[in-house]
Design a protein around this ligand. Sequence first.
Ligand code: DCC
Length: 219
Amino acid sequence: MSVDAAPVSELPDPRDFGLPVVTEDDLPDELGTLVARVHDLVDAVAHTEAGSAELAQASATVHELTERLNVKRRDIGAMLERPRSDGGADYETLTNVVSGRSNPAAPPLVLEHTDDGVRARVTLNGTYQGPPGLAHGGWVAAMLDQVLGSASAAAGMVGLTANLDVNYRNPTPLNAPLELTARVTGTERRKVFVSAEIRHNGEVTAEGTAVMVRLDVPG
Ligand SMILES: CCCCCCCCCCCC(=O)SCCNC(=O)CCNC(=O)[C@H](O)C(C)(C)COP(=O)(O)OP(=O)(O)OC[C@H]1O[C@@H](n2cnc3c(N)ncnc32)[C@H](O)[C@@H]1OP(=O)(O)O
């Protein structure tokens, strides 16, 4: 097994897969504000003890807003193109449920490249709850899957997860800062082996490994 990462500048262009691409200039600042407010709204709805009249009024307001926003919708699969300092571009799925810039359901996980892979920081609010007061194991796996895929892509090998193994070492807390790290550990033909951890206060709460299978560019 070896690490034979292609240069990042050779990442596939989503347009070659027939995917729509938007740039940061296509995203009004107001969208970011709306996403953050709806994220907080979901938390408020999940935990509110408001009375019937208040709930009925909020429900009508939200319904009206949903109708207004649905008048003009982006296609599913839209990719966000972000320029890199070396002249190339990074791509991310705009509505990705873990890290998507336009998805209020995303925690959101903010990713950065490191010398050996990727790192992300996130704080999960109460809407990611599984056991009382703790993060849901499915979301823990989803966040690991995301950083594992991102580490493979950051090494120039965009792929889909074929296999994901998760070990839950300690409960992952809500409303507390978490750090995720991931890196490529090897490659074999189209397979990319990746490894990741989630830490709280330096202590590992969960770790994951995955086999990503590199995508072939059509044609
Ligand atoms: C830029 C725009 C896009 C941008 C895209 C951005 C992606 C972000 C991804 C985020 C992470 C996700 O959520 S991904 C979503 C969840 N994953 C999926 O939906 C994937 C569903 N599965 C599949 O589509 C398929 O099974 C694939 C693509 C994974 C593999 O199919 P394939 O292409 O036909 O390849 P195949 O010949 O079967 O296998 C290739 C090699 O991988 C091995 N292999 C196959 N499956 C497994 C497995 N479960 N565990 C171990 N190894 C496996 C095979 O033995 C073989 O090894 P050898 O013979 O060479 O030894």
